[in-house]
Write a protein that binds this ligand. Structure first.
Ligand SMILES: *Cc1c(COP(=O)(O)O)cnc(C)c1O
Length: 463
């Protein structure tokens, strides 16, 4: 079942004699919480995080030699699974030519062109290293373009960890149950207006009051950091209309959804529909944001992200315009090589595979939970999906952050650990999406379906 990748004598074994627990204890003495990104610490589900040693296709192996079917996928980048040979080859080749130059390279232009073929309204792009930088730049750009200060965001949407975006953010902020973050000044907080996701009336009301002060509305194309929320019909379009009426910009954060839910991201999936794969043209789109942000898949597992949009705005960036932005490692040649190889392999057929696996998992999960009498809601936005356990989600559905917080996290904890015991690696938080890759084989899918039964029974007991 497992590729020779794991069997090879050459596979480096970082620390053969140390267990996950020993490594976690050691990590905690030198790294806060033992991790470099909070959700990895298993705070919400308890237990000891698995220290991953290697991965191949849809499998990850921890330092104790346990192999898991992976539904985290590095939180999104592993669209093709781990270590796709062509991606690895591209990175190796780039590495042999030099790790970083701090000078322009041809592959940045090629990647920008590849993105533009899929999302033509990203007329110009600037590459950065993280999604956080991309959204931060997008906001600075919107403020520079409009000469306005205020930013509107939706509760539960996560846009990275820059100061102005941490108010009522999703992802790790949600997992930790925090309203925001210490260390963010009052001045910064007061420039961010937070309203409930999906609430067009609240958005209109905010614009009626302060429309001429609002630089931009930032939204996740489809929220996937408070669990997955399906955008209500017409909501993204309403954001477009309201911002246009008031001279504010629409920032569409596709860091997670971009190149995952369709070749043209969620914008393609929703605003273009069938045409997303064959004819991604802006002129036929139901709506077009001013600025997009991309990350995760665009770097194929390497640190890469991008901000892109209408040329008239993008050209405000230095060196052409007055909005400053820079980065020593921006557009790194290894990262752009990985991104290009990944996008080349992300064919319509590949998306079909991911969509069909996602749909099999969702329907089987629903059947199993029903059979075991576990109340739940499963939300999806294209092939992205997540599970909310408990009476409240089952009764009212989950359409916003308040409802996402009303799920039963104890039940997820039990569900998560039962899945882990069965060899399935889920996100260690109920506020995260499940990530399917095109490397998930039928056998991997079978293993996941087999694990749903015990996991559903564990959840039933916890309720
Ligand atoms: C992951 C994510 C970010 C932040 O990206 P990083 O690379 O982790 O900084 C921003 N927006 C969304 C929607 C994300 O999912």
């Amino acid at each position: 079942m497992v590729e020779t990748h794991f069997d090879s004598d050459e596979t480096p074994t970082a620390s053969p004699q140390l267990s996950n627990k020993e490594l976690f204890d050691a990590a905690k003495t030198v790294i806060p919480g033992g991790v470099d990104s909070p959700v990895r610490a298993y705070g919400n589900v308890g237990g000891v995080p698995r220290f991953i040693e290697s991965a191949g296709q849809a499998l990850v192996r921890d330092v104790e030699g346990q192999i898991y079917v992976d539904l985290v996928g590095s939180w999104g980048p592993a669209l093709l699974g781990h270590c796709h040979p062509e991606v690895v080859e591209a990175v190796k080749k780039a590495a042999e030519a030099g790790l970083s130059f701090g000078a322009p390279t041809a592959s940045e232009t090629r990647l920008a062109q590849a993105v533009q073929e899929r999302v033509p309204c990203a007329e110009k792009l600037r590459f950065v290293s993280t999604g956080t930088e991309a959204t931060m730049t997008a906001i600075r750009l919107a403020r520079g373009a409009t000469n306005r200060d205020l930013l509107v965001k939706f509760a539960g949407c996560y846009h990275g960890h820059s100061d102005s975006l941490l108010a009522e953010a999703g992802s790790g902020v949600a997992t930790a149950g925090l309203p925001g973050s210490a260390g963010v000044t009052e001045g910064t907080s007061k420039d961010t207006i937070v309203i409930p996701y999906g609430d067009t009336e609240a958005l209109r009301a905010v614009f009626e009051q302060r429309g001429n002060e609002i630089a931009a509305v930032i939204t996740e194309a489809a929220p996937a950091n408070m669990g997955v929320i399906t955008p209500p019909e017409g909501f993204n379009q309403a954001i477009r209309e309201i911002t246009s009426e008031h001279g504010a910009l629409m920032i569409f954060d596709e860091v997670l959804t971009g190149f995952r839910v369709s070749p043209s991201g969620y914008w393609g999936y929703e605003a273009l529909g069938e045409k997303a794969a064959t004819n991604p043209s802006c002129s036929i789109a139901a709506y077009t944001p001013d600025i997009f942000t991309f990350g995760k898949v665009i770097g194929g597992g390497m640190p890469l992200a991008a901000v892109g949009g209408r040329a008239e705005y993008m050209d405000l960036l230095a060196p052409l315009g007055p909005v400053y932005q820079a980065g020593t490692l921006s557009g790194n040649p290894l990262a752009t090589a990985a991104g290009l190889a990944t996008l080349e392999l992300a064919t319509p057929l590949m998306y079909e595979r991911i969509n069909s696996v996602s749909s099999v998992l969702r329907s089987n999960l629903a059947q199993t939970l029903q059979a075991e009498g576990v109340p739940f809601a499963i939300n999806n936005a294209g092939n992205l999906f997540s599970l909310f356990l408990g009476e409240a989600p089952a009764e009212h559905g989950v359409h916003n952050y308040e409802q996402a917080k009303a799920q039963n996290t104890d039940a997820y904890r039990a569900f998560f650990h039962a899945m882990l015991d069965e060899g399935i690696y889920l996100p260690p938080s109920p506020f995260e999406a499940w990530f399917v890759s095109s490397a998930h084989t039928d056998e991997n899918v079978g293993a996941i379906l087999d694990a749903f039964g015990p996991a559903a029974r564990a959840a039933a007991q916890a309720l």
